[in-house]
Design a protein around this ligand. Structure first.
Ligand SMILES: [Zn+2]
Length: 228
């Protein structure tokens, strides 16, 4: 049970840190962590206050959503998390938030082009919009699974929020912060009504190549990953 325990602890610590920083609000959003070496993941319970949460409240499911640990009902988005782990071997942590600036861009369907080097290096070529689908449905699960095959690490969910991936939880949290900074800067830039510039295509592609090289290392198992 040790690998479950450390993953469940990390979920609680991360959920509370993201709540304190304002990325998670009330019971909105959900996060998960792949259990190292197993076809399983730890995920936040459904509709439960992050600041009251203890490791025992965190659910552990296999990738077919069979419960392995935890008494509470798992997040309604568990199928979306499982689908991502199935199609992205480089991803070991998934954070879904309703963070405000990214959500605002998702409302106006404004995908974020490559605006900053740091953005392209960690989030990918662009932050694309995933079309609306109701929470907890097979339609949302399948739409997400289709979109995340493009190797980017951040997406906007139309009329919903943000979806952020990482090779570990620390990187996923970092990517949440990079995304929100980009979203705010883009929103402010758009508000001026002036033309918004992008980084040069060559710079974007160099950054993306570095991100892909990192991802391939994880896929081959060269880097230590997961909840340790
Ligand atoms: Zn949500």
């Amino acid at each position: 049970m040790d690998s479950f325990d450390s993953a469940r602890r990390l979920i609680v610590e991360t959920a509370q840190a993201l709540t304190r920083k304002g990325y998670l609000m009330a019971t909105g959003g959900n996060l998960s962590l792949r259990i190292p070496g197993q076809d399983a993941f730890a995920v936040t319970p459904s509709n439960y206050d992050y600041m009251k949460m203890t490791p025992g409240d965190v659910c552990v499911l296999n990738l077919e959503l069979k419960p392995l640990a935890g008494e509470r009902r798992p997040s309604v988005e568990s199928a979306m998390h499982a689908a991502i782990y199935k199609v992205r071997n480089d991803v070991n942590a998934v954070v879904h938030t309703h963070q405000v600036y990214t959500s605002a861009l998702a409302l106006v369907r404004a995908s974020i082009p490559a605006l900053f080097d740091e953005q392209a290096r960690f989030l990918g070529r662009s932050v694309k919009l995933i079309p609306y689908a109701p929470s907890g449905t097979g339609i949302l699960r399948d739409t997400i699974a289709r979109h995340v095959r493009d190797h980017n690490n951040a997406y906007m969910m139309q009329n919903h929020g943000a979806l952020v991936l990482g090779h570990d939880m620390e990187r996923a949290v970092h990517n949440v912060e990079v995304l929100e900074k980009c979203a705010l800067a883009y929103l402010l830039a758009l508000c001026t009504g002036r033309k918004v510039t992008h980084i040069p295509l060559a710079a974007r592609e160099v950054a993306m190549a570095k991100l892909r090289a990192d991802q391939k290392k994880i896929e081959r198992g060269d880097l230590k990953t997961g909840g340790e």
